[in-house]
Design a protein around this ligand. Structure first.
Ligand code: FES
Length: 378
């Protein structure tokens, strides 16, 4: 037993043995305490990844599974799962005396983090030289085997063609072509569990939201969103995409890291019945919160009206409406011109005090893992 042992009474063995896994905080030290068949184990309660509370996770055999992104550590040695043994969290000595369980707060083994290659999206956001770049995003749901005419997408195509004619680089992403998972609520576990790049993106290489993140965060100066109205709201694919973009806004909240600067968003909204202004307001609210600016008159829209139940005529109307297609071209022009002004002036600073917290104080800059490392080193 080392001379600098710091023994701490954790409590009654009988009571502690009722829980197979629990998180315990002693001062600023977090412990994941396990008990399997009467055998106790104690490792750090802060995960090596981004500090998830290991003691709030679950046991998989001898491994504690982190509740945030499912990394595993041996419940007594702190070693990472097989193949990653050296990626380990501190382990602690325990002893039982007089029906009490004691822990030596001087760790037996130390934390070691193996380098993990960062996801390509995690690179510095830096605008490369070149003309204004316009990313069109069509959120229309489509059966690829039987494509149909989408009024919002058709107007988006007119807008992108106009942007190209102005000398901009234009590209279109159709969400319907991408296979991507719905947000699984990492933010609901903890703001620090909702990472950039997105937790799903980092864990699932097959997930195709990467194309949207690349386009919006690293490439575009202008984002042109096109959506149909479905029961008074934007398309379900629009919401599926937006939920996955919480990680972009969350960076501003937790570390004042602004991923989108000097970018312009504009919107094309078409539908059968109305609710255009509510849909536009919701979209502007979200894109405003992730840091976009808007051109004057930031959306165009068309709907048949409350009493119209003749959508086949709606398609013909939009196909033939030179006015609507001209409006889409002009919207693209306003957005590109606004982007040119922003790029020339770089008006937005790299950090926006309280921007992500709507007036509240920013959260503590250090992650729980960083905080835990400080305690263990000290
Ligand atoms: S797996 Fe533990 S914090 Fe991500």
């Amino acid at each position: 037993m080392s001379d600098d042992a710091r023994w701490h009474d954790l409590g009654s063995v009988e009571e502690l043995s009722r829980h197979s896994l629990r998180q315990i905080t002693i001062g600023r030290t977090k412990i994941a305490l396990t008990c399997q068949n009467g055998r106790f184990g104690a490792i750090s309660g802060a995960c090596n990844h981004v500090g998830g509370p290991l003691g709030d996770g679950r046991l998989d055999g001898d491994y504690v599974v982190c509740p945030w992104h499912h990394w595993k550590f041996h419940c007594r040695t702190g070693e990472g799962e097989p193949g990653f043994e050296k990626d380990c969290v501190p382990s602690y000595e325990l002893k039982e005396e007089g029906g009490r369980l004691w822990i030596n707060l001087m760790p037996t083994t130390r934390r070691n983090k193996l380098p993990h290659a960062p996801h390509p999206l995690a690179r510095l956001v830096r605008r490369e030289d070149g003309p204004v770049r316009v990313l069109g995003i069509s959120t229309t749901v489509m059966d690829p085997a039987h494509p149909r005419y989408s009024t919002s997408e058709a107007l988006l195509e007119s807008a992108l063609a106009a942007a190209g004619a102005m000398g901009a680089e234009a590209r279109c992403v159709r969400l319907s072509d991408l296979k991507f998972r719905a947000c699984e609520g990492y933010y609901s576990k903890s703001a620090h569990a909702c990472t950039w790049p997105c937790s799903i993106t980092q864990m699932d290489p097959a997930d195709e939201m990467t194309e949207v993140y690349e386009g919006i965060v690293h490439w575009a100066d202008v984002i042109l969103l096109a959506t149909p109205i479905r029961w008074g709201s934007a398309s379900s694919l629009y919401y599926k995409m937006v939920e996955r973009m919480n990680c972009v806004q969350n960076q501003v909240t937790i570390r004042n890291k602004v991923l989108l600067r000097n970018k312009v968003a504009a919107f094309i909204i078409t539908g059968g019945q109305d609710n255009v202004q509510a849909v536009a307001g919701q979209m502007m609210g979200f894109f405003g919160e992730i840091g976009c600016l808007f051109p004057q008159f930031p959306y165009i829209a068309h709907s048949r009206g409350w009493a119209a139940e003749d959508m086949e005529r709606n398609v013909a109307y939009v196909q033939q409406s030179e006015s609507l297609h001209q409006a889409a071209r002009e919207l693209a022009g306003r957005a590109v011109n606004t982007a040119k002004v922003l790029l020339a002036t770089q008006v937005e600073p790299e950090k926006v005090a309280r921007g992500g917290r709507k007036g509240n104080q920013p959260m503590a800059p250090e992650s729980p893992a960083e905080a835990a490392a400080v305690v263990e080193a000290g």
